[in-house]
Ligand binder design. Structure first.
Ligand code: FMN
Length: 194
């Protein structure tokens, strides 16, 4: 087996790991940088680089929790829900926001192509972390659309696509469960019927 085969086998074992099963440490600065470098290999029509990652430091979690809690309050959520919103800011030993900047004014590169690039960047980022031995999960929820969170993370023309929580998996990663039918490669790869 060559190194490529081994990598393919390893990549086939990437499953999302939820916050309950992620322990410290978070990726180091060098590891975040390496994952972002892999993300930059996403196919990118026009070289627009329609994404960036923003790392939330541990020292910033309290401020993020405050934003999450205020947002939940403003959405009229219960005390219990506001408490859970606050706690979400502490999910994952490592936390990054994926920020997308998708333009609607480009005839040659329509928004769906830019979103494909953002998604490919997310996948490369998560695969890089997986190959480094980390577990991770992409999460969104109400916070990604919250005006104050948007203001805190996004510049003009940007939106917060999702969070990625990252850490060391405390149990073997595995598919999410039997509720999701297994995908047969034949369902994904078909000869053209034309
Ligand atoms: C942009 C994005 C946002 C997501 N947001 C959530 C979320 O808020 N909650 C959740 O349970 N799963 C969310 N998911 C799905 C999980 O990250 C994960 O892909 C899913 O649980 C399937 O697990 P797998 O990656 O092991 O196949 C999101 C996925 C993406 C791509």
């Amino acid at each position: 087996m060559n190194a490529g085969d081994e990598l393919l086998d390893l990549l086939a074992l990437r499953y999302s790991v939820g916050p309950k099963y992620l322990a410290p440490p978070a990726p180091s600065a060098a590891q975040w940088t390496r994952a972002a470098a892999l993300a930059s290999r996403a196919p990118d029509h026009g070289g627009l680089r329609p994404f960036r990652f923003v790392v939330v430091d541990d020292s910033q979690r309290d401020a993020l929790a405050e934003l999450f809690a205020r947002g939940a309050q403003q959405r009229g959520q219960s005390t219990e829900e506001v408490k859970r919103a606050r706690e979400r800011a502490f999910n994952g030993p490592g936390l990054v926001a994926l920020i997308a900047r998708v333009r609607a004014d480009l005839a040659d590169v329509p928004p769906h192509e830019q979103w494909l690039c953002v998604g490919a960047a997310l996948m490369n980022f998560m695969n890089a972390l997986h190959l480094m031995g980390f577990g991770a999960k992409a999460l969104s929820g109400a916070s990604v659309s919250d005006p104050a969170v948007h203001q805190a993370f996004c510049g003009p023309g940007e939106r917060l696509a999702n969070w990625v929580i990252v850490g060391c998996p405390t149990r073997a990663t595995h598919p999410r469960g039997l509720s999701i039918p297994a995908v047969e490669p034949d369902d994904l790869l078909l000869p053209w019927a034309g």
